[in-house]
Each structure stands twice: as structure tokens, then as C-alpha cells.
Design a protein around this ligand. Structure first.
Ligand code: SF4
Ligand code: SF4
Length: 437
């Protein structure tokens, strides 16, 4: 694509990067076929190609974002299916991240939209605040139907519907500390214990620690951990995202210097995609560029890490049929598509891949709160495809997907690592004991 940026504009490293991405796009439109919003809405402006044009026009003309650009960029899930499909290697993720920052800095959103976004950014990344919000949301659940009818309160209604009906996590096993294997130590890793994930399901970290310990890996939960910044990064709130990223880089760097780390294991793939991108996000920060690169290099999804380990014969062959839902951040963001399925198969599960597995479930960070209409359509489409495989259970590697899909089906749904932990000698996951919450 031809671009017309001035030399002065290109002096800004972020604009120069956006320009080089734009130039790779040859407008072929292959990406439209796999874009969930184009497939759902059928509007070119809600396709990757349409958004790329909008971003180019806004940046080239140094225009503040307007209502139209903001509407179509807000509707983008950042699912990155377009990056998987694009034959020209257009790095849409970095382009849309840059556009979101530009929107955040130059566009004054309508009042309710602004306070909803600010409230999400002030609550979700902080475990204590999020836990309190989930408790309140559970109390507010009966009012979701009334709020649904008032346009400005639809995001609140979406939040209430997504809140778990029971159980709020945050038990001691997600507290800082070191969890050593009983037998000889073969490795030492840190896990990101997370902000929202342990509140919604604390069992994911526990299963990860138990399974890793059982195969001889020491697991560290470093002191001072916070959110990795992913949630606010996708809202264009760059200062907050980079500040959280720098903090986590300091936490992990200190751990690397003290005891050494073989890997930083991530169990929420949305966070994994962002942490693997820290090197890029902080490339222009002389104090953090090298440390950020080092952290990104160590970051690895739990399934990626397990695939490098020698796993024993499974102890609990269940014969269960598992519908594996491939989170976008895992399959498109990190290009991890088959590894989780192979691990589940090797552990004795009968794995089914639902049709349209490339399409997002509508979760996408805060998307299902801020865009509940489109998110609801994508969720229902995803669940219909999953239910067609007639599974006993659904597995996925991202807490957002687990919450989103779980809010619309009675089939038990849980993190892949919980099934693996069970198969290799851990306790049966609560979801399978109780069925649906
Ligand atoms: S597939 Fe790639 S090159 Fe083609 S229009 Fe989409 S982003 Fe541009
Ligand atoms: S990230 Fe997903 S929703 Fe956004 S343009 Fe690409 S395919 Fe479409």
C-alpha cells in the first residue's frame, strides 16, 4: 500500500513503525473471510482491510480520532485471526495497538463509555478490587435483565451476567512463595499468578503448580506481582500498561538474578501474548529494552512448556470427549494451535475440534463488557459449534474464554491444565465433580 507520511511524521518511531506495517498491506482482502466482525456484520469498515484504511487515513493526516474511526476500531476484538490469514505478513496487532493509543489520546468519548472504560481499567487489573467487584456483581445479578433494557447500562448488565454464580478464588496457593518438587529438581520456573484469573478460578494456578511439581519442576510465585498490563494495553491506555509491564519486568528480573528461571509460565494466553510482546512494547525505553526482551524470551504458555517435558504415562485414563476451544491469543497471537490438543490426546482424552475454530468466542479482554451485542452473537455461534461435537467437557487455555463460553452452556468448561493435572495423578477438577456451577 502506498503511504504519504512526511519526513517529520516519520521521525516519530511509533508512526514510522505504523507506516512500515501499512506498506505491507496489498489490499487483497483475504483477511476479511476470517475476521469475526466482518463475518458477523458484513461491513467493510468492520474488516481488517477497512480498519487498516481508517487507521492510515487518520495517521497520515494527523487527525484526532473521530466517532467513526473509534466505533470501528472499538469493534475490533484484537483476535488476530487476520494475522494468521494475511499472506503479506501485515502486523495488524502492532498497528491496531498504536491506533488505540491514538484514539485514547485524541478522542473524547461519550460520558458513559468513558466512565465505564475508566472503571474497568481501575478495577480489573487489581486483584483485591476485582474480587470485591465480583462479590458485588454476584449480588447484582438479578438486576441484569432490567439494566439490559437501558442502552447506557448494557456494559453493566454484561458484567453482571459474566460474574460467576459461585466461588471467588484468591486462596493461599496463589500467594508469593516457592513450591518445590518432592523428588530431584529438574527445573525452576515462575508462573504469572495473574490478576483476574485467580479470582475467577484459583484452581488453574494450583493445578499448574501440582503438575509441574510432580514432574520435578520448582515453581516460584514472586513477591510483588501485579497485572501484566494486557487488559489496559488493549484499551489503548498505554501509560498504565507500560507502567504495569515495567513493574512485572522488575519482579521477574529480580527473580532471574536471585535464583535463576528456566521459564516464565503463563496460564492465561491473553497475558502470554502481551508478555511475549514486552520486548517490542518497550523497545524505545533504554532502561527497559534489554530486560523486556529477556522477559519476553522466557515467557511461555503452560502447554508449550509441558510439551518440552518428559511426561509419564497418564494415571487416570478418563476416555472423556473434550471439545478443545482454541483461544485466539493462543492460536493467532502465539501460533500455538496443535500443542494443547496433542497433550490432551496423549493424556487419554478423545479430543474434538469444533467447526470454525478460528473464530473468536467474543471474550477478548473487556470486549464482552464493552461490546456485549457482537460478543453475544459470537458466543452463541461458538457454543453451537462446540455443542455439535457432543463433548463431555470443554477445555481452553484462557480465563476470558472460559468465562465467556461458560456463561452460555451447561457443559462443564475448564482450563486445559486442570485436565492434564488430573490425568497425571492430580485430583479430579471441581468442574467435573459438580458438573456446571
Ligand atoms: S490479507 Fe493482509 S495484505 Fe491482504 S488486505 Fe488483509 S491485511 Fe492487507
Ligand atoms: S483482530 Fe480480529 S476482529 Fe480485529 S480486524 Fe483482525 S480479525 Fe477482525
Amino acid at each position: 500500500m502506498q503511504t504519504n507520511f512526511s519526513i517529520a511524521q516519520l521521525a516519530d518511531a511509533n508512526v514510522a513503525e505504523a507506516e512500515s506495517i501499512l506498506r505491507n498491506c496489498v489490499h487483497c482482502g483475504f483477511c476479511t473471510a476470517t475476521c469475526p466482525t466482518y463475518v458477523t456484520l458484513g461491513n467493510e469498515m468492520d474488516s481488517p482491510r477497512g480498519r487498516i484504511y481508517l487507521i492510515k487515513d487518520m495517521l497520515e493526516n494527523e487527525r484526532p480520532a473521530d466517532e467513526v474511526v473509534t466505533k470501528h476500531i472499538d469493534r475490533c476484538l484484537s483476535c488476530l485471526a487476520c494475522m494468521t490469514t494475511c499472506p503479506s505478513g501485515v502486523h495488524y496487532m502492532h498497528l491496531v495497538d498504536h491506533a488505540r493509543v491514538h484514539i485514547e489520546r485524541t478522542y473524547k468519548r461519550p460520558f458513559m463509555n468513558r466512565i465505564t472504560r475508566d472503571a474497568l481499567a481501575a478495577v480489573l487489573p487489581y486483584r483485591g478490587r476485582f474480587k470485591a467487584a465480583v462479590v458485588l456483581a454476584k449480588l447484582g445479578k438479578p438486576f441484569a435483565g432490567i439494566m439490559e433494557k437501558i442502552s447506557a447500562l448494557k456494559p453493566v448488565a454484561a458484567m453482571l451476567r459474566l460474574a460467576p454464580a459461585s466461588g471467588v478464588g484468591g486462596k493461599p496457593h496463589t500467594m508469593p512463595g516457592s513450591f518445590a518438587p518432592r523428588e530431584e529438581r529438574k527445573g525452576r520456573v515462575a508462573i504469572l499468578s495473574g490478576c483476574a484469573q485467580p479470582v475467577l478460578d484459583d484452581g488453574i494456578n494450583l493445578a499448574t503448580i501440582q503438575l509441574l511439581n510432580r514432574i520435578g519442576v520448582e515453581v516460584v510465585l514472586p513477591e510483588g506481582e501485579t497485572c501484566c498490563g494486557s487488559l489496559v494495553h488493549h484499551m489503548g491506555k498505554e501509560d498504565q500498561a507500560l507502567s504495569l509491564a515495567r513493574h512485572m519486568i522488575d519482579v521477574w528480573t529480580s527473580e532471574i538474578e536471585q535464583g535463576g528461571l528456566d521459564a516464565i509460565i503463563i496460564t492465561t494466553s491473553g497475558c502470554g501474548t502481551t508478555i511475549k510482546d514486552y520486548g517490542y512494547m518497550l523497545r524505545n525505553d533504554p532502561a527497559y529494552a534489554a530486560k523486556a526482551q529477556a522477559v519476553s524470551k522466557l515467557a511461555i504458555d503452560v502447554t508449550e512448556y509441558l510439551a518440552t517435558q518428559e511426561l509419564p504415562e497418564p494415571k487416570t485414563p478418563s476416555g472423556m470427549t473434550v471439545a478443545y476451544h482454541s483461544a485466539c491469543s493462543l492460536q493467532h497471537g502465539q501460533k500455538i494451535k496443535n500443542t494443547p490438543k496433542q497433550l490432551l490426546k496423549a493424556a487419554g482424552f478423545d479430543v474434538k475440534e469444533p467447526a470454525e475454530s478460528h473464530l473468536c468466542c467474543g471474550s477478548a479482554g473487556t470486549y464482552n463488557i464493552l461490546q456485549p451485542g457482537i460478543a453475544g452473537q459470537l458466543r452463541d455461534r461458538k457454543i453451537a459449534n462446540i455443542e455439535n461435537t457432543q463433548p463431555d467437557v470443554i477445555a481452553a487455555g484462557n480465563i476470558g474464554c472460559l468465562t465467556q463460553i461458560g456463561s452460555g452452556t451447561d457443559i462443564p468448561i475448564l482450563h486445559t491444565v486442570k485436565l492434564l493435572n488430573w490425568a497425571y495423578g492430580g485430583d479430579m477438577p471441581d468442574e467435573l465433580r459438580k458438573g456446571k456451577n
